[in-house]
Design a binder for this molecule. Structure first.
Ligand code: NZQ
Ligand code: ZN
Length: 385
């Protein structure tokens, strides 16, 4: 195993009723003014907004609202939030929503304390912020695992880049699976597939030999696959929802990455597809993954064969290459089985989208068995049509 340093500072309150039980006392640790951040309004329809605002008011907090954070949050929205936070001397940001709300708030938390532009700071100067407004999250849809890390994915519309920025990591995160009961099933499944994607992008990183992280990862992948299937036949199943909620956090809280260099090439392609088309993240990954893996699995046949055996239960075929490909086809069949799109047409990507520009602006990673070129990314995108 490679050397590593590991720390995860987020305190997790997992399970039914956690917000009611613990949020009030937690608020005592922070100043008076709270920025309550949320998305397009689902929290007003499912009762979460009422529950949280009542607790904030009981705790005597002054609440400033930052609403309308869109899926695939934009850099302009980050700047709007940062101004609001600065103008109101915010003491705590409370992000209530999915990955988009959480990501936007991580960067708001940093930008509010900076005189310079955080995009330029990170992408040009390669410097990181170190002063943050404290952040807490209440997760209402699972998949990104954003709640236990400091990474954020922000769409810079002017530059046509959907890219990673580093911001605040939440002090605390409430993971209550009952909050997800109102999420449309399509989103629940695309979120859960995002979890599976994070696990795969880590599993196919380096080194790909004997590694405890990979053994744990296989369990996370099997659990995610099993519980997606449970939810499709029994959508209200709390147990399956809670397993998926924790798998989501586990796939992105750093534990599976211990001792490894991760890959995330599929994410890099999907993010640029998102920059050009604003597509749904998990659904975009579902289209790209099998196509990309068909391109590379021969170069990492032993690892892909292990994925086939240990994750999909495929008996070894005549050689590793054949077993590897069978594993990729099992993944493709699973994507179809759970109703995720398998082509860009099904995903709703306009036929005249500029896939050449998507390919050319994709960050190329070297964490997997094969480093792709921009031309190969373009071929993959063409095959996704
Ligand atoms: O905006 P509202 O009205 O709340 O509706 C949201 C949104 O339309 C809805 N929703 C959330 N909770 C709900 C609910 N609807 C009903 N009931 C509830 N309880 O779900 C929709 C999607 O929300 P969003 O936050 O966009 O989804 P997700 O959590 O999948 O986040 C996606 C974003 O996270 C980024 C993605 O690229 C994308 O921008 N990612 C962040 C990562 C990270 N920080 O670690 C890693 C990921 O790989 C990913 O890239
Ligand atoms: Zn993802």
């Amino acid at each position: 195993m490679n050397n590593f340093i590991f720390e995860n500072k987020t305190k997790v309150y997992f399970g039914k009723g956690g917000v009611k039980e613990y949020l009030g006392s937690l608020l005592a640790n922070y100043g008076n003014t709270v920025l309550l951040a949320y998305g397009g309004g689902s929290i007003k329809r499912n009762g979460v907004y009422d529950e949280v605002t009542a607790i904030l008011h009981d705790a005597g907090k002054t609440v400033i609202e930052f609403s309308g954070i869109m899926p695939n949050p934009t850099y302009a929205k980050v700047q709007e939030g940062a101004k609001l936070a600065r103008d109101n001397h915010i003491d705590l940001i409370l992000a209530v929503g999915g990955g988009s709300v959480s990501d936007c708030c991580k960067i708001v938390s940093a930008q509010a304390n900076l005189d310079e532009d955080i995009w330029e700071m990170q992408t040009v100067k390669h410097a990181l912020p170190n002063k943050f407004i404290p952040l807490g999250t209440i997760v209402t849809v699972f998949g990104t695992g954003s709640e236990m890390n400091n990474g954020a994915v922000i769409t810079n519309e002017d530059k046509k880049i959907k890219g990673a920025l580093w911001g605040a990591q939440a002090d605390f995160a409430f993971l209550d699976p009952t909050y997800t009961m109102s999420v449309p099933m399509k989103q629940v499944i695309s979120g859960a597939f995002d979890t599976l994607s994070h696990a795969m992008e880590t599993y196919f990183g380096k080194p790909d030999d004997n590694n405890l992280s990979d053994d744990i990862n296989e369990a996370v992948m099997r659990s995610t696959i099993r519980n997606i299937r449970v939810l499709l036949t029994d959508p209200e199943n709390y147990d399956a929802r809670s397993e998926l909620a924790w798998a989501s956090a586990m796939a992105e809280n750093g534990i599976l990455k211990i001792g490894k260099v991760t890959d995330f090439q599929c994410h890099m392609i999907e993010h640029q597809l998102g920059a050009y088309t604003n597509c749904n993240h998990g659904a975009g990954l579902a289209v790209i993954h099998p196509v990309m893996y068909r391109h590379i699995c021969k170069d990492g046949a032993a690892r892909f064969a292990r994925f086939a055996r240990n994750v999909w239960g495929i008996a070894p075929l005549s050689n590793d290459e054949a077993t590897a490909l069978a594993g990729v086809e099992a993944l493709a069949a699973f994507i179809k089985e759970i109703g995720l799109p398998t082509t860009f047409a099904e995903l709703g990507i306009p036929a005249d989208s500029d896939l050449r520009a998507v390919a050319d602006s994709t960050v190329l990673t070297a964490g997997c068995c094969k480093k792709l070129t921009h031309d190969e990314v373009y071929e993959i995108l063409q095959e996704c049509k």
